[in-house]
Write a protein that binds this ligand. Structure first.
Ligand code: UD1
Length: 436
């Protein structure tokens, strides 16, 4: 298994290109099940993207790598040489409708095939995703919405079987603004008969990206990015070329890296607006950010101050940035608190950070960070995608050597993070974990 060996304390300097967004690319790729053809660029080279492509191919989608457009992207350090970020996608002959357990269990976002399969093929068989380390993560809201739209759903032997004679638009009021739930409903409604209104919809920028993409294909969607989304069904979607938005969580992770150790770090190909809750917290801790079109520059905070934050649905502070902000809170002057409101068990990284010298206590959904700690390198274990990024950042400021194990989690959602950090001056290497 791969691990990262990090020697802490080296400043970060220079600029880094932020990759395409994982959480925007996945629903856009799954929307290929709505039929027709299109091409995409700025697709990040990630394990979750490759899993999605594999699943889509099993469901009869044809995917080919397009000729790379010169200048489309500069050679990002460490990107997979066999990878192009530009894909041509079209519907093939087969009309399979099953998403098997082996693929769904490695990536919960596989449930995003449910809505488009029901809308286009009127049938879907998708393995129940089950729980995961950060919480139970049920998909009851997705299923109830499809039932309201006219699907019959049964669950047997760990599989969801969904069928319909044809989905019909309706009013759906979500009990919680679920992100993939909102996307799944939006995709189903695009080909449903009549009008669908989703209230208490999630407002994440990735939902706006999916809506922009579908509208460019001829879908009728208004209100994406607000809590009420209206969709009027159409018969089919048109071909289009679309470039996926930047990854705001990768951008936020590099911004925290800059706030810890930056000697002028610039993140490129970003838009500051979707980063405002992250920037607000960093500024409250003492950071100064300089924004220019498409880029943000930040340097290390001299004397970071403790802050109190709550993770919330967008536009609040993202739960996906909670693990990464903790190392900064650990070294800050004064205490900080983090209340995790989105997932019930998202502090698995705290024990490992405490082994590195942080002083963080967990009380239910609240982490109390004492502050003023000096972190020391240690061997630590990554437990999920964002937790791994938090541990890498902790390793960058820790004194001495840190080994972050099980980095396969980080490869799900960060494109060549070690190469990008190394290019900025960090001492980080991917190694083979030494087994006892
Ligand atoms: C998405 C993101 C993930 C991010 C999360 C919250 C993708 C691919 N993943 O995950 O990176 O951490 O949003 O910003 O975009 N819930 C239910 N029933 C449901 C659906 C959700 O109880 O039917 C609960 C979940 O257990 C969780 C909360 O609602 O506690 C939020 O989940 P949700 O917004 O659905 O997260 P995901 O879409 O899975």
């Amino acid at each position: 298994m791969d691990a990262f060996r990090i020697v802490g304390g080296h400043p970060l300097r220079g600029s880094v290109r932020i990759s395409g967004s994982k959480n925007a690319a996945l629903p856009i790729l799954f929307s290929s099940l709505l039929g027709g053809s299109f091409s995409l660029s700025n697709i990040p080279c990630l394990r979750d993207v490759k899993t999605t492509l594999l699943l889509l191919e099993q469901l009869g989608i044809r995917i080919s790598v397009a000729e790379e457009t010169p200048g489309l992207r500069d050679p990002s350090p460490g990107s997979d040489s066999s990878w192009s970020d530009r894909l041509e996608i079209s519907e093939g002959e087969t009309s399979s409708f099953e998403a098997p357990y082996d693929l769904v269990r490695t990536m919960r976002a596989s449930v995003l095939c449910l809505g488009p399969l029901l809308a286009r093929r009127k049938k879907a068989r998708v393995s129940l995703p089950g729980g995961c380390l950060i919480g139970a993560r049920p998909i009851d809201m997705h299923l109830k919405a499809f039932e309201r739209m006219g699907a019959t759903i049964t669950i047997h032997h760990g599989y969801i079987d969904a069928e319909t004679d044809g989905l019909e638009g309706c009013e759906i009021s979500l009990p919680y603004p679920t992100v993939t739930g909102t996307e799944n409903i939006m995709m189903a409604a695009v080909l449903a008969k009549g009008k669908t209104t989703v209230t208490n919809a999630a407002e994440e920028p990735e939902i706006v990206d999916l809506a922009d993409f579908l509208v460019a294909r001829g879908a009728r969607i208004t209100g994406a990015g607000s809590s009420t989304i209206r969709i009027e069904g159409v018969d089919r979607l048109d071909p289009v070329h679309f470039s996926v938005m930047f990854d705001r969580i990768e951008a936020g992770t590099f911004l925290v890296g800059a706030a810890l150790l930056g000697d002028e770090v610039t993140i490129r190909e970003v838009n500051p607006a979707p980063l405002s809750s992250i920037l607000d917290v960093l500024m409250a801790m003492g950071a100064e950010a300089e924004s220019r079109p498409g880029q943000i520059t930040m340097s290390a905070i001299r004397n970071p101050r403790g802050v109190s934050i709550r993770t919330l649905p967008y536009p609040g502070f993202p739960t996906d940035m909670q693990a990464q902000i903790l190392p900064l809170m650990a070294i800050a002057k004064g205490p900080s608190t983090v209340v995790e409101t989105v997932f019930e068990n998202r502090f698995t990284h705290v024990m490992e950070m405490n082994r590195m010298g942080a002083n963080i206590e967990i009380h239910g959904s609240q982490a109390m960070v004492r502050g003023g700690s000096r972190l020391e390198g240690a061997a630590v274990m990554a437990s999920d995608l964002r937790a791994s990024a938090g541990l890498v950042l902790a390793g960058l400021i820790a004194e001495g050597e840190t080994e972050v194990r099980r980095v396969y989690h980080i490869d799900r959602g960060y494109e060549a993070i070690e190469k990008k950090l190394e290019a900025l001056g960090a001492r980080i290497k991917r190694i083979q974990e030494e087994l006892p």
